[in-house]
Ligand binder design. Structure first.
Ligand SMILES: Nc1ccn([C@@H]2O[C@H](COP(=O)(O)OP(=O)(O)OP(=O)(O)O)[C@@H](O)[C@H]2O)c(=O)n1
Ligand SMILES: C[C@](O)(CO)[C@H](O)COP(=O)(O)O
Length: 238
């Protein structure tokens, strides 16, 4: 039995605001997607990767992966979709029968530690159908509602019971397939936006298990995050 990692890289990176897709933006001389693929492979627990590519860039992405001496595991590249969820579904369609565990990881989290990948896979292989890495929330979080041009606070959730979740998220393949069919329909019917794959599993009513996340797996969303990532890399390679 094998573990497949779907590496989502088809986004445009509108909040980063560069003139190329975010996954191809360079960090320390290499595109974000390559950093992420190398770290997934370095975990030793991922057998193959499917990358979801932005429109028209399947060939570019495939050349990038094929030309890298550090990835060292089979990589296939497919067209992504218009949303992250659609891209994951496109990657999932390429899962083979032997891929009993599927990870979903964002190219936007290039510095994911291989140990975090191992932790997630190990929790799935120990019997949890859906596993997400989570970190405690350090800010107080307010729930709000629109009030004209402004917003009004409607509540303050108990911070000790909140987790900021990261990727890779890990799943038993059959559960993830079911979540992308039925869970997605249910979430849409209830007007819930699932911003991650675990959200679709929750929409099925199935449990999602949390393992400790890692601050190094932070998401590159804005220029500041990219700057932070270059500092982290400098420090860890110094
Ligand atoms: N249609 C999409 C949208 C997003 N992603 C991927 O999902 C991950 C998380 O998405 P996000 O950080 O929001 O990336 P973008 O959509 O590129 O960024 P933005 O929302 O700023 O445009 C990224 O690795 C992105 O490439 C994807 O594969 N397909
Ligand atoms: C999947 C995710 O990385 C978990 O935190 C996050 O929800 C992706 O959000 P984005 O707005 O698509 O970057």
């Amino acid at each position: 039995m094998t573990t497949l990692a779907i590496l989502t890289a088809a986004g445009s990176g509108s909040r980063l605001g560069r003139d190329l897709p975010k996954a191809l933006v360079e960090l320390d001389g290499f595109p974000l997607v390559l950093h992420a693929a190398r770290r997934l492979a370095a975990s030793g627990v991922v057998d193959s990767i499917v990358v979801t590519a932005p429109d028209g860039l399947v060939g570019v992405m495939a050349d990038l992966m094929a030309g890298d001496p550090h990835v060292g595991i089979p990589v296939r590249v497919t067209d992504g979709g218009p949303t992250r969820q659609a891209s994951v579904a496109a990657g999932l369609a390429l899962a083979r029968p032997e891929d009993d565990v599927v990870l979903v990881h964002d190219a936007a989290r290039p510095l994911v530690p291989p140990e975090l990948v191992q932790r997630v896979v190990s929790a799935v292989r120990s019997g949890h159908g859906a596993v997400v890495p989570g970190l405690p929330v350090t800010d107080t979080v307010k729930q709000v509602r629109p009030d004209g041009d402004a917003e009004l606070v409607t509540g303050t959730p108990d911070r000790s019971m909140l987790r900021a979740v990261q990727t890779p998220q890990g799943f038993a393949r059959d559960l993830l397939v079911r979540a992308h069919h039925t869970g997605a329909e249910r979430a849409a019917a209830e007007h819930l936006a699932a911003t991650d794959d675990a959200g679709l599993v929750e929409a099925l009513g199935e449990p999602v298990h949390i393992v400790p996340g890692d601050a190094a797996a932070f998401k590159i969303t804005t220029e500041r995050d990219l700057w932070l990532a270059s500092l982290v890399l400098q420090e860890t390679t110094a």
